[in-house]
Design a protein around this ligand. Structure first.
Ligand code: NI
Length: 138
């Protein structure tokens, strides 16, 4: 605990009220943890901007009956085998598949992979969550 620093912040009363409402909705129990998370979000964003090694997850939803699409998605993923750590395939119903692709690497590679998967004709929806390897984040 000796490396914990306390500091004061001056800001408008209304801004603080809005911040408190916001963190209450997000289930934070105190301002300190909410501020720590804001700082961490900023540091993770910086890792992505500076091209550091990062991690993330891509989700795609598609109809597996479109055989050409299924083959294309597999080919794209094989092209990025160095970036993809794992792929989880879930059969949502008779027609729809959901894939969660966990990635690690340089932001440019990950963004290119996401772009190719999301833009593949027949992919109903693509989502992307960027995060960190955790190495440089406290
Ligand atoms: Ni499936």
């Amino acid at each position: 605990m000796s490396n914990i620093v306390r500091f004061g912040v001056s800001l408008e009363k209304e801004l603080l009220q809005r911040f408190d409402e916001c963190i209450k909705e997000k289930k934070y129990t105190n301002r300190s943890e909410a501020i720590r998370d804001l700082i961490r979000d900023d540091l993770v964003e910086k890792e992505w901007q500076e091209g550091k090694e990062v991690t993330g997850s891509i989700t795609i939803v598609y109809n597996h009956h479109k055989r050409e699409l299924t083959n294309l998605l597999i080919n794209i993923q094989h092209d990025y085998h160095d970036t993809i750590l794992s792929t989880q395939h879930i059969h949502m119903d008779h027609d729809n598949c959901l894939e969660i692709i966990v990635v690690k690497g340089k932001p440019k590679e990950i963004e290119a992979l996401y772009g190719k998967l999301k833009s593949a004709k027949g992919v109903k929806h693509g989502g992307f969550s960027m995060t960190t390897t955790g190495v440089a984040i406290i």
